[in-house]
Design a protein around this ligand. Structure first.
Ligand code: URA
Length: 240
């Protein structure tokens, strides 16, 4: 997802439907402010979250929103869907139309899901370089065995994408229960990995993303705004 970043004059031209010449005049007259400071360059880079004013007229001010949800099974990780209820349908926030999802979960998966309108933050979070780990509690139909651990660690070749999955950590909790930690997110990755052992996933629940754990008190379908320390932590997270 690209960050909405661009030149100050372009933002103003678009917001007021006026030519660049006019914006230059306003600038020379010191009538334009960016985040309460008089602007001095037309090519100044601004983002969707900067506060931009002409005299006292507010042209643009988006507050960044960061939401953490416990996604229930059966609700689709999308903002629009013709068939199923979406995660956006569960959120009651006046600016929810601005939100996008940072890291989807399958329809029949549950757990920690993050939504934001800050595309710079979400692309950092999802960037392979950020190495943000994702941890899942996975129940299987058949018993798991120790040899899965080395298989997950070595990686599996996915022909469709022509990639080998990065080393993943598998912890066996009981015959049918595991904890899986990934540092990437390929399509249906966990189901496909267990598929190599012909062991279907019965349920899959994301419990953490980087250092953010799904809060115990958040019941399926519930959400809350993220705390400042959670928002800050995400882009400095590294592998567990
Ligand atoms: N892997 C899957 O197979 N499904 C998910 O929802 C997440 C990871």
């Amino acid at each position: 997802m690209k960050s909405k970043r661009g030149r100050l004059d372009r933002f103003i031209c678009k917001a007021l439907q006026i030519p660049k010449k006019q914006v230059r005049m306003y600038l020379l007259e010191k009538r334009i402010k960016v985040n309460d400071v008089v602007a001095d360059a037309l090519d100044m880079q601004v983002t969707e979250f900067d506060k931009i004013q002409l005299d006292h007229q507010l042209l643009m001010e988006h507050q960044p929103i960061y939401i953490l949800m416990n996604k229930p099974v059966g609700v689709v990780s999308a903002t629009k869907d013709d068939l199923h209820k979406t995660v956006l349908d569960l959120i009651d926030h006046p600016d929810k139309a601005q939100l996008h999802i940072a890291g989807r979960l399958d329809l029949n998966s549950s757990g920690l899901l993050l939504l934001t309108n800050d595309s710079k933050w979400s692309s950092q979070l999802m960037s392979p370089d950020a190495k943000v780990t994702k941890q899942y509690y996975v129940k299987l139909r058949n018993p798991v065995s120790e040899d899965y651990i080395s298989g997950f660690n070595q990686g599996f070749y996915f022909e469709y994408e022509d990639i080998t999955t990065k080393p993943a950590k598998l912890e066996i909790l009981s015959d049918f229960e595991t904890l899986v930690t990934l540092s990437e997110g390929k399509y249906h990755q966990i189901k496909r990995m267990f598929g190599r052992y012909r062991n279907p996933v019965e349920s899959l629940h994301r419990i953490s993303l980087g250092h953010i754990n799904l809060p115990d008190e958040l019941k399926p379908g519930e959400w809350r705004l993220m705390k400042e320390n959670e928002i800050d932590q995400i882009d400095t997270s590294s592998s567990k």
